[in-house]
Design a protein around this ligand. Structure first.
Ligand code: GLY
Length: 569
C-alpha cells in the first residue's frame, strides 16, 4: 500500500526528474547519419548502401536501389540474410493508393508436417529445427526481389546485381559483428563442406581482419542476373540445393522450388495521433503488434512523462506483454489459419487492454491472457529503408533466421540456407530461437509460411510517406520498431536520438523487461523493480534503419549500435 502510494505520487508529481533520455552513444555520427534532397538509404552495411546509391547515380529508380541493396547485403552480411532466405518488403510510389506488401517468406517443404521435429515420445529433438538440412524452408528472396524488379525496376538486372557480384568476388575484411557470428556458429559450419570452404582458413574459422571472398556466390549472382529467377527455382541452383538435401537426407525437392510463389498482400494499417501506419501483415506478426502497441499507449499522453519515465516504460511494457500473449495464441499464416486481425488492431481492443493494466504494479505473466475473441523472433536478420524526394519509399526486412541459418551451403552455390523452419511452432507451447511461445496456428504444415516478427513499416501524413523504419532481431523487431515510432512521433526526439535511445522489450515469456546494456535511468529502474518488474540488462540486438522526410529534406540514420551506413544526396 505504501509502495502503491509512493508510485502514484511519483507518477503524478516528479516526472521531470526522469525526463532525460538514456542514449546509446556508440561511435561518432559519421556514416550513421546523413541528409539529402534526392534520395536516402539506411542499411546495415557500407557496401550495400553504396550499391543502392550507385543505382541512383546510374539513373535507376528506388526499386533498382532496393534490389541492389538486397543482393549486396546478402554478400556483406552472410550471417544475417541471403539468397537462401526470405523476407518482406513494402513499396510505395506516388499514384498508388497504399503501399504494396511483397511476401517472399520461406515456405515449408511439401514433405514437412507438424510432428517432424518430435521423437516417438512426442519430445522435441534438440536443434533439429535450427541446425542442418531439416531446418531449411524453401527460399523466397530471389523470387520476391526479382518480381519487384521485373514490374517496377528501370535498369537492366545485370547492372543492378553487378555491385553485389563484385563485392562477393573481391571480398572484404571480416568485421567484428561477422567475426562474432562466425565464432558462435563455427562448429555447425564445419559440418558442411560447402560452408567450410567459404568460412574457414584450413581448420580455423575466419576472424576479424581476415579476407572473405565468396567466388561461388559471385558466379551464382551473375547467373541470376543473366537468366532471372528461373535459374534459381528451375535451373542449376535448385538442382544443386536439392542434391545436397538428398545427400543429407533432407526433405527439399525440385517440386518445392518449382512451386514457390511470391504473395502480394495488402499491408496491415492503423493510425497513431492522426498519422497513418502501414506495416507487414501475416505471416508476420510484426505489423499487427506494432499497431496494437501503438494503439494501447496512444491516449495515455506519454509525452507529458517522457521516454524513460517509469509510467511510460510500465504502460508500454504492459502493451508489449499483451501483444506477445496474443501472438502466441492467434498468429499464423492466414492462408492456412484464421487470425482475428481486425479485432487485434482495433482501438476498442486497445482500450480494454489499458483498462486491465494496474497503474501501480507489474502484471505477472499468468495474469496476461490472450484477448478472448471467441473464434478464432539482433543481430540476426537485416533491414534497409529507402526514400526519394518524389515521395517513393521502400522498407524491407530480410533474413535467413539465426546466424548463418541452417549452416548448410550447397557446394558450388555459395548460398547459405536458412533455418526459418524454427519460426514454426515445433510443438504447441515450445519456444523458438527467440524464446517466443509457439501456438496451434503456427504448427508446421506443408507449403505454409512460418510466423515472423519482421516489421518493415511506413508512416504517412496527408497521403505521403514521411517515415520509413525497420530492424533485425527476431521478436525484438516489433517492440524496437514501435519504440522508434514513439520516440519520434510521441516524445518528439530528433531522428538520431529516436534511433539511439536505450530500448526495452517485454515479451510476456520470459517475465522480464530486457533493456539495452546502457540501461534505464536509475530512478526508473528502482521504481519499476519496486512495482514487481524483473529488469534484465541484455542487448536487444536491434539495429534500426530509419529515414524521415523533414521539411522537404531526407534524413537517414543507421543505428549507431551497428556497422551500417546512411547515405543520401
Ligand atoms: N526469423 C525471424 C523473423 O522472421 O521474425
Amino acid at each position: 500500500m505504501k509502495y502503491a502510494l509512493s508510485i502514484l505520487l511519483l507518477f503524478t508529481f516528479s516526472c521531470s526528474s526522469v525526463r532525460t533520455v538514456s542514449v546509446m552513444k556508440g561511435k561518432s555520427r559519421k556514416n550513421y547519419e546523413a541528409f539529402g534532397s534526392e534520395y536516402m538509404i539506411a542499411s546495415q552495411g557500407g557496401g550495400s548502401t553504396t550499391a543502392g546509391s550507385k543505382m541512383f547515380e546510374l539513373g535507376g529508380n528506388i526499386v533498382d536501389a532496393a534490389v541492389a541493396v538486397s543482393f549486396a547485403i546478402s554478400v556483406e552480411r552472410p550471417q544475417s540474410t541471403g539468397l537462401g532466405g526470405g523476407g518482406f518488403l513494402l513499396y510505395f510510389s506516388p499514384g498508388m493508393t497504399e503501399p504494396i506488401a511483397f511476401d517472399f517468406r520461406e515456405k515449408a517443404p511439401l514433405k514437412s508436417h507438424s510432428k517432424m521435429y518430435l521423437d516417438k515420445e512426442g519430445n522435441e529433438i534438440p536443434r533439429m529445427s535450427l541446425d542442418g538440412i531439416f531446418a531449411v524452408g524453401v527460399p523466397g528472396l530471389v523470387a520476391g526481389v526479382l518480381e519487384l524488379h521485373k514490374k517496377y525496376g528501370k535498369l537492366p538486372l545485370e547492372k543492378v546485381l553487378e555491385p553485389a557480384a563484385i563485392l562477393a568476388e573481391k571480398g572484404f575484411k571480416v568485421y567484428p559483428e561477422l567475426s562474432k557470428a562466425l565464432a558462435a556458429k563455427a562448429s555447425v559450419l564445419a559440418r558442411f563442406p560447402g560452408s567450410k570452404k567459404i568460412f574457414f582458413k584450413g581448420d580455423d574459422i575466419l576472424k576479424t581482419g581476415d579476407h572473405l571472398a565468396q567466388v561461388d556466390l559471385a558466379k551464382t549472382i551473375r547467373s541470376i542476373a543473366k537468366k532471372g529467377a528461373r535459374v534459381f527455382y528451375k535451373g542449376w541452383i535448385a538442382k544443386a540445393i536439392v542434391k545436397e538435401s538428398w545427400r543429407l537426407g533432407g526433405l527439399l525437392s525440385l517440386k518445392d522450388f518449382a512451386k514457390y510463389n511470391v504473395k502480394k498482400r495488402r499491408p496491415v494499417s492503423g493510425t497513431y495521433n492522426g498519422k497513418k501506419i502501414y506495416s507487414m501483415t501475416p505471416p508476420s506478426s510484426g505489423g499487427v503488434h506494432v499497431i496494437q502497441i501503438l494503439n494501447t499507449v496512444e491516449k495515455l499522453g506519454l509525452n507529458h512523462y517522457g521516454v524513460h519515465h517509469p509510467y511510460s516504460v510500465h504502460m508500454t511494457s504492459a502493451a508489449m506483454q499483451q501483444s506477445f500473449a496474443d501472438r502466441a495464441r492467434y498468429l499464423g499464416d492466414m492462408d492456412f489459419v484464421k487470425v482475428p486481425l481486425k479485432r487485434l488492431i482495433s482501438k476498442k481492443y486497445a482500450d480494454s487492454i489499458v483498462e486491465g493494466i494496474p497503474k501501480e504494479r507489474a502484471l505477472k505473466k499468468e495474469q496476461v491472457l490472450a484477448g478472448d475473441f471467441k473464434r478464432g523472433e539482433s543481430d540476426h536478420t537485416t533491414h534497409f529503408s529507402i526514400m526519394t524526394k518524389d515521395g517513393s519509399a521502400i522498407v524491407s526486412t530480410q533474413t535467413i533466421n539465426g546466424w548463418f541459418g541452417s549452416g548448410v551451403v550447397a557446394p558450388g552455390t555459395g548460398i547459405v540456407l536458412n533455418n526459418e523452419m524454427d519460426d514454426f511452432s515445433t510443438k504447441v507451447g515450445a519456444v523458438n530461437l527467440f524464446g517466443a511461445i509457439g501456438g496451434q496456428n503456427n504448427l508446421v504444415q506443408a507449403q505454409k509460411r512460418p510466423l515472423s516478427s519482421m516489421s518493415p513499416t511506413l508512416v504517412f501524413d496527408g497521403g505521403k510517406p514521411i517515415f520509413a523504419v525497420g530492424t533485425p532481431s527476431g521478436t525484438r523487431i516489433l517492440t524496437c520498431v514501435a519504440q522508434t515510432i514513439l520516440n519520434y512521433f510521441e516524445y518528439n526526439l530528433p531522428l538520431y536520438e529516436s534511433v539511439a535511445a536505450v530500448r526495452y522489450h517485454h515479451q510476456w515469456y520470459p517475465d522480464e523487461i530486457r533493456v539495452d546494456h546502457k540501461g534505464l535511468p536509475i530512478e526508473t529502474r528502482t521504481l519499476l523493480e519496486k512495482m514487481g518488474y524483473k529488469i534484465n540488462r541484455k542487448n536487444l540486438g536491434c539495429r534500426v534503419q530509419a529515414v524521415a522526410m523533414e521539411r522537404n529534406e531526407l534524413h537517414g540514420v543507421s543505428d549507431p549500435r551497428g556497422e551500417g551506413m546512411s547515405l543520401g544526396k
